[in-house]
Design a protein around this ligand. Structure first.
Ligand code: BDP
Length: 736
């Protein structure tokens, strides 16, 4: 080993200091030249990055942001002021000057007529905005141009402030604003499937962000950033704990912890809700039964609700998974879902709380098609739920598959407000590494026509209450958030959180427009980047359908952990947890016959929909094998046989991913290297796994079809036995 004298060592150190300084300088210069921030980007800032705009834009926007007038005397007022100062300072290089009243041209005046005399003097019509809506309008105050962000409540004003920032982030003009916004649903919540030990069921972004052990004493800045991000997209509630919950969450110790989170979230309009375990009266209450008609049980829940509200002021209510996948529920006592939900509703009602009662139910004792069970169990109780109950229905009747037809409950329970449940975490769509933008999937369901009250009875109209005149409405998204620095496990998964919030606010928004907003806010407004990335996102979910479950196939993933292809899964504790139950491939063909000749699940839809889905000649091809068992030689619209089409679709999905990789590689100069590298690496994983899905699926289904692959389609590189032998005992997110 060469030893250096002290002098030499010092000189070497000084040299490396200079080299380091030079490198820093270079990075800074590079930042100036490329317009990219010199700091490495890790995704933590989400879509609220607020990086400097180019000089020309900055100058234009500064003229609209000279002063900021907002009453910061309340926590929400402070949140508004801080966000606008932070955002505008970041974007424009200079924050507007705080002022008590607008005195210069270009002021931003935010608040309610009650908090702002200047807004009151404008006599704006806020009557249609409700409690959460807002108005952004270019006005004149004392003859000088100003921007008004006005609402009936401070929360509405906060939402308006985020909208104003979004306009700047996405390079929209501020000259002649006249924007009115009010949410179309009332309860817009994330469902965290997080356990108290910080394990996240179906979570692919690290452990739970709720650090229960350190709560209530330590509430780090991340909780505030979580609230900011959610408020920025209009989410107004969060269910902190898993639907498969432990009764512990309702003990005083955990209620105190939840209260600390609620305190952080309150200024941002985010209510805390908890999943309630139906058997809690037994487990933590010392009762012998949880029978919802038992007076002692009812009294226990009433006292529990009183206690919860004492500890957590403004608590939102309970989410319940009952009599589903082994969870306890009212049926354990011969009672109905309505009995169970109404008992909790009665306990919460005096405090203004609600019950979100899940319709995701199916039982292994029930031999009928799993797709039919929720409808069978719930429709008879239509009209029997208390007014503060929402029945929470997954988008499709099986389970968050890459594509499902809309759930037949939508439109079938006119007397009951039905809440939509979407999955944001990609349990069945490639975990965190596959790039799949889910807004097209959400919108496909929302736009589906139930025909419940004739044509135009879309799922969105069921969910927003307009079809049947319900006031209590909502949308839930199973969160993809964890303690990973980038929150969602991958940069592009942030888009799904964002899109969920935007669609919960307005189920009629265009997925492409949402993607465009998100890309501009998250990466860059350069059209040379935005256009190809948005195009790539828009087709990405269809690609997953193609390489995993084309033409209406479903539930073909690995057992338990749900990772990778496993269409061969059979046996085990219950038939409806296998793949063969769903695809039913045999020598004749493939698919689940849910037409009148089969399980007749189609009959659960309104007659025009049932007729369309139930007939092989009219069923949309994307749902073909969902509703029919179809011969291998069936002619498809393309002229191909079903078998050939199936193989081609698998390949099409893989090709799409290869195309996304090419697109992304070509954008290297337009995005910071850190995020570029991770997305590129994840796309490589996705391509490998898409290929695996294609190869394993074809190898398996060919044992039934016994047909050659279409010309030019490569044979799977391995034997079926090879794919079947792959094991993944430590795949993340499995239930436990
Ligand atoms: C399934 C998940 C399981 C959840 C269940 C649910 O695999 O972990 O508990 O949904 O929604 O998709 O209750």
């Amino acid at each position: 080993m060469v030893s250096l004298s002290h002098g030499a060592r010092d000189a070497a150190r000084a040299g490396s200091r200079w080299r380091r300084a030079g490198l820093l300088c270079l990075c800074w210069l590079a930042g100036l030249v490329t317009g990219l921030p010199a700091m490495a980007e890790d995704g933590y800032a989400l879509w609220l990055r607020y990086v400097p705009l180019d000089a020309g834009r900055q100058a234009a926007y500064r003229a609209h942001a000279t002063e900021l007038v907002v009453d910061a005397g309340t926590p929400t007022g402070r949140a508004i002021r801080d966000e606008l100062q932070r955002g505008l300072h970041g974007l424009l290089g200079r924050a507007p000057v705080p002022a008590a009243r607008a005195g210069r041209a270009g002021a931003i005046v935010v608040g309610t007529p009650a908090t702002s005399p200047q807004l009151a003097a404008l006599r704006l019509d806020l009557s249609a905005l409700g409690e959460e809506g807002y108005l952004l309008r270019s006005v004149r105050i004392d003859g000088r141009p100003a921007t008004a962000v006005a609402a009936n409540t401070e929360l509405g004003a906060l939402y308006g402030a985020f909208h104003l920032l979004r306009l700047v982030q996405t390079a929209q003009p501020l000259d002649a604003l006249d924007i009115h916004q009010a949410p179309k649903t009332r309860v817009r919540v994330l469902n965290h499937w997080d356990n108290l030990d910080r394990y996240v069921e179906r979570g692919y972004a690290g452990e739970s962000i709720w650090d229960w052990h350190k709560l209530p004493d330590w509430t780090g800045p991340r909780y505030t950033d979580y609230a900011r991000a959610n408020a920025s997209i209009g989410i107004n509630g969060t269910v902190l704990n898993n639907v498969n919950t432990s009764a512990q969450s309702l003990t005083p110790m955990y209620l105190e912890k939840a209260a600390a989170l609620a305190g952080v979230f309150r200024p941002y309009g985010i209510k805390v809700y908890l999943s309630a375990r139906f058997s809690a009266p037994i487990e933590i209450g010392g009762l012998e039964t949880a029978d919802p008609l038992d007076p002692a049980v009812r009294a226990w829940w009433k006292a529990k609700a009183d206690e919860v509200y004492r500890i957590i002021p403004g608590f939102g209510g309970f989410l319940v998974k009952a009599n589903s996948e082994g969870q306890p529920g009212p049926q354990d006592y011969g009672r109905s879902h309505a009995d169970g939900a109404n008992m909790l509703a009665e306990a919460l009602a005096p405090h203004g709380g609600i019950v979100m009662w899940r319709a995701f139910v199916y039982s292994h004792e029930e031999p009928d098609d799993r797709a039919k069970q929720a409808y069978t169990e719930f429709v008879p109780h239509d009209g029997r739920f208390a007014p503060n109950v929402l029945v929470q229905v997954k988008n499709g009747a099986i389970d968050f598959q890459p594509r499902e037809p809309f759930h037949p409950l939508f439109g079938a329970m006119p007397e009951t407000p039905l809440m939509m449940e979407f999955q944001i975490t990609k349990e069945y769509l490639g975990f965190a590494t596959h790039l799949a933008y889910l807004a097209p999937m959400y919108a496909e369901t929302l736009r589906a026509d139930t025909h419940a009250r004739g044509p135009g009875s879309t799922v969105a109209r069921v969910v927003d209450g307009s079809l049947e005149g319900h006031q209590l409405t909502g949308m839930a998204g199973v969160a993809n958030i964890g303690s990973d620095r980038n929150w969602s496990g991958s940069h592009f998964d942030q888009a799904n959180w964002f899109a969920f919030g935007r669609l919960a606010w307005d189920p009629y928004l265009d997925p492409e427009a949402i993607a465009r907003e998100w890309v501009k806010m998250t990466f860059s407004t350069d059209p040379g980047f935005v256009d190809p990335v948005v195009a790539m996102m828009m087709g990405s979910r269809e690609a997953v359908v193609d390489y995993m479950t084309p033409l209406g196939l479903h539930h073909l993933m690995g057992r338990g952990h749900h990772y990778g292809p496993a269409p061969w899964v059979e046996g085990g504790p219950r038939a409806d947890w296998t793949s063969v139950y769903y695809h039913r491939a045999d020598a004749k063909g493939i698919g689940f016959d849910r037409s009148a000749s089969g399980s007749n699940a189609v009959a659960q839809y309104a007659p025009p929909v049932a007729a369309q889905f139930g007939d092989l000649a009219t069923v949309p091809e994307e749902f073909l094998l969902w509703f029919h068992h179809v011969p291998w030689d069936h002619r498809m619209a393309s002229g191909n046989t079903l078998w050939d089409e199936l193989v081609l679709r698998y390949g099409r999905g893989v090709d799409y991913v290869a195309g996304m990789r090419r697109t992304w590689d070509g954008l290297a100069g337009k995005v910071d290297p850190e995020r570029h590298a991770q997305v590129a690496a994840f796309l490589a994983i996705q391509e490998k796994e898409a290929q695996w899905w294609r190869d394993a699926s074809i190898a398996y289904f060919q044992t039934f079809s016994k047909r050659p692959l279409p010309a030019g389609e490569p044979a799977p590189p391995h034997s079926l036995a090879y794919y079947q032998a792959l094991q993944f005992p430590f795949a993340p997110g499995d239930g436990k």
